[in-house]
Design a protein. Structure first.
Length: 467
């Protein structure tokens, strides 16, 4: 370990900044957030620094450095845009023992500024000893996505109860266990969700009982998106990492389940052709039983849970039985699939509306008005339509849609082995059969599927097969 990590208390303390350019400005923002009182010494300064000086939040002087500037200072930060030689300033500073940070020059510094993830009062600092600042930035970006926005509020909430918990739970081991249960339990989740009034009441009960009140578990209905794990939402990732049990579909993208906490139980309720399917009422009962056992349940569905995902049925069943349900939308399969091969579902030149339909309704029948199939300026996206592609095409043609209407079949959208097959409404059934499409796949019907081929593409499209 080449650096010992420390957090410095700078509230109200002078921090000397040599330089007033953009690099200095970025560091001054951090110092001001920490409550410091910067003294900026520079011949010129950015408008942001000048405005801060006018507001009285920092001191700005246009002169050379004076050794007395370091009297009582907590930190010296030096930028190469300071307009004066650096070495004489550093020699004076080293003699005083003041911490020195020379921006982007760890060899001349005695301290370095890490990458920071700020959830005040929770701070995460990331450093590479100055070796790889871009890597630090990448790590910071990843950590930002993993930490809830209200993590600081949770820390403040816990801090307000520290004394009360210490008084009620005197044994140190029991006290540690109390806080572990608190941070993993429903009270913390309420704080993170912004329901602090409910959390406050629950915390009082927990302290009086010397343990968090036992309440039923919860269920999160999560949309896993079209397949690419990178399209999961930040909230989805957090809940998947917190889950005790995951009830998931079969046709999730490769790598999605790798994002689930390793020791979480997994229950596969997916439907596969030629294999026994778990009925929806059975799935409802599984979710209810797991939640009643006090577990954090994630119901993981491809796409979005409320777009042909039966999320509404599960939500109704759980709420009717008093279970807390959180809904986390996902990138719908239609939007993700279209975007992955640069098909605009609406385009003012070709389509003014888009209709999502399923190839299998409640009783297995196609339930869509002929007028929607016939409308030429309406893009149609068909979910679960591979096995009935020819029939859907025939119905659309019979309703009045032109047989030459372009179509696209997008198989395993957003995944490495994605295929995009193109044809016309008249050939749709043959395209699916000839190319052995198995799914998951979406059918897209409309002029937008052909118009995009005339546009410059920002990336190489997957394989195209025209029939």
């Amino acid at each position: 370990m080449r650096y010992f990590p420390l957090f410095a208390q700078l509230t109200g303390r002078r921090c000397v900044m040599i330089g007033g350019g953009e690099e200095a400005t970025r560091k001054i923002r951090l110092l001001l957030k920490a409550g410091a009182r910067p003294l900026v010494i520079a011949p010129r300064a950015t408008p942001e620094i000048v405005e801060a000086a006018a507001r009285g939040t920092l001191d700005l002087v246009h002169r050379a450095f004076d050794p007395e500037d370091l009297d009582g200072a907590a930190l010296l930060v030096v930028s190469d845009d300071g307009g004066q030689p650096v070495e004489p300033i550093l020699a004076v500073a080293r003699a005083t023992g003041i911490p020195i940070n020379v921006i982007d020059n760890p060899a001349l510094s005695t301290v370095i500024v890490p990458g920071i993830v700020d959830r005040d009062p929770v701070l995460v600092a990331i450093g590479s000893a100055g070796a790889a600042p871009v890597l630090v930035r990448r790590l910071r970006e990843k950590i930002e996505t993993l930490l809830p926005a209200r993590l600081g509020a949770l820390a403040d909430f816990a801090g307000r109860f520290r004394s009360a918990v210490s008084a009620a739970v005197t044994d140190s081991g029991d006290r540690r266990r109390f806080w572990e249960i608190f941070f993993d339990g429903p009270i913390a989740r309420q704080v993170l969700a912004g329901a602090e009034a409910r959390a406050y009441e629950g915390m009082l009960r927990a302290i009086n009982d010397r343990r968090p009140a036992k309440v039923p578990g919860s269920v999160a209905l999560i949309g896993a998106g079209p397949g690419d794990p990178d399209l999961l939402t930040v909230k989805a990732l957090r809940l998947m990492q917190d889950a005790d049990v995951v009830v998931h579909d079969a046709l999730l993208g490769e790598g999605i389940l790798d994002c689930v906490r390793r020791d979480a139980d997994r229950i596969d309720v997916g439907k596969r052709k030629g294999k026994h399917s778990v009925r929806q009422d059975e799935i409802n009962d599984i979710l209810l039983a797991e939640a009643r056992a006090g577990r954090r349940v994630v119901r993981l569905k491809g796409g979005d849970p409320f777009v042909f995902g039966r999320g509404g049925e599960e939500l109704e069943h759980l709420r009717r039985n008093g279970i807390d349900v959180e809904i986390v939308p996902g990138v719908t399969a239609a939007l993700g699939a279209a975007a992955s091969c640069a098909i605009p579902l609406t385009d003012r030149r070709h389509a003014s509306s888009v209709t999502f339909i399923t190839g299998h309704g409640k009783d297995g029948a196609l339930d869509v008005a002929p007028a929607l199939l016939a409308e030429g300026r309406n893009t149609i996206v068909v979910y679960m339509g591979v096995s009935v592609a020819g029939g859907i095409a025939a119905r659309a043609i019979a309703a009045g849609r032109a047989p030459t209407t372009p179509v696209a079949v997008i198989e395993r959208a957003t995944q490495p082995d994605q295929r995009v097959l193109r044809g016309t409404l008249a050939t749709l059934g043959r395209v699916v059969e000839a190319q052995g499409v198995r799914g998951p796949a979406l059918l897209v019907i409309g002029d937008v599927t052909a118009a995009v081929q005339e546009l410059p593409q920002p990336f190489a499209l997957p394989e195209r097969v025209a029939v």
